[in-house]
Ligand binder design. Sequence first.
Ligand code: SF4
Length: 495
Amino acid sequence: MDSPFPRLMIGRDHLQPEGAFAQAQAEFLDPDRATVAQLDRLLAEKNAGIVAHFYMDAELQGVLTACLWPHLHISDSLLMADRAVTMAQQGVRTVLVAGVDFMSENVRAVLDAAGFALGGPQPVQVLRLDQRPIGCSLAQAAEAPAYAAFLQQSRTVPHSLHVIYINTSLVVKALSEQELPTITCTSSNVLQTMLQAAAQLLDVHIWYGPDTYMGNNIEVLLDNMAQMTVAEVQAIHPAHTPATVAALHGRLHCFAQGACVVHQLFGAQVVEKVRQFHADALLTAHLEVPGEMFALALQAQAQGRGAVGSTSNILDFIMQALGVALEQTGPQTVKVVLGTESGMVTSVVRAVQGLLRQHARTDVALELIFPVAADAVTVAGDSPLGIVPGPASGEGCSVGGGCATCPYMKMNRLDGLVELLQVVGERDLQPWYPHPTLGSLTIEELMSWGTRPILAMRHLQRTGQLSAELVAAVTQGRFAGRARDEANSASRNET
Ligand code: SF4
């Protein structure tokens, strides 16, 4: 029986797509030379850099990866901000963000914190590729009243810490930090963040959101760890035992109403087809996918033939698997199910072909399988874009907003990038800056409160520890939100 999923065979010097979706992805990997040269010239003329997310439009990624200009970077959201700072340190004065708005905010906040604020001595402007807001279903979930209500529950629970996914707006980070001590996390560090918090704060209660699937998957990971031996747990975090992990699980509160519109497509029917048609393949799953896909990949990971985690974890796993195949003699095909947004294909193809060329092997290939739901919908009246990823043709995929592609990310278009670069440096181009969309924050308060959870995460990454300030805020119960409400109520009573 033929696989129902699109597939892309990646050889040293060729790509062999199966299905229209894979065909389109492959075509974008061989971009128009004149466009690449035009982009290289404009970037040099304007002294600009680009940071783009792995989920970016395949056409745009294909062009970016063919450019020679050094200040170009494609990664997950965490590294995007780091690389923007590196570019600024190397003299770049404009950073274009090819991502969604919380990524632009993150880049702006981290650049400000690194001394590249717009009003400072070394100003670096940040620009977005589309004039319209570029949202994200997860970020929107955290802006709903239900999320504020979820956080308010922490008011009755001492020693509460809010671990918020980086895929949220700056205004939500700021309002959260005003409510209770908050640290951001990414899919690559969320588990370590929670374990480290529980190592430094023995009775900490963790409030995690807004991604419900990721929250559920973390609970599964903690359950798994609670069944491990002490040595196995300590290989993951040296301060823990199965008992402390089980206790942490009991103090973990996960938000129940937030989902990424892309990752929720990896549901039960897709998993059944993966089992049926690709039982011999390696399995990968992003932490944001629903439980069925996550459980299957977790099981595969335990057997040494799968990986769960962030986009970077998935790419690392694929490259390790290819490395093992390269140690063998004779023809080999490594089959991998890509359990995340299909925009990762560009990074996977470039990395795989680079390694195959390094080893001069034409007899080894990697087959990438895109597990997309056949019954995913295309039109959604309540979506800000009017669409969600879904089928537009017989095989269940389309290039523009097709299965397993993020409709928000795809608002970043190649023509928009070229048009924007052409006007960089002109007087009427206003530099973009985050502004409050909720609450009554001033821009200064938004930047100051909203940046704190990001800086708390960066401190943890740098030192391996939660900062003394964050620990003190949790242990002393800095309920700023409650204090503010009480002050307002007192002033109402006086008048
Ligand atoms: S894939 Fe799109 S909707 Fe999903 S978390 Fe990323 S930006 Fe948001």
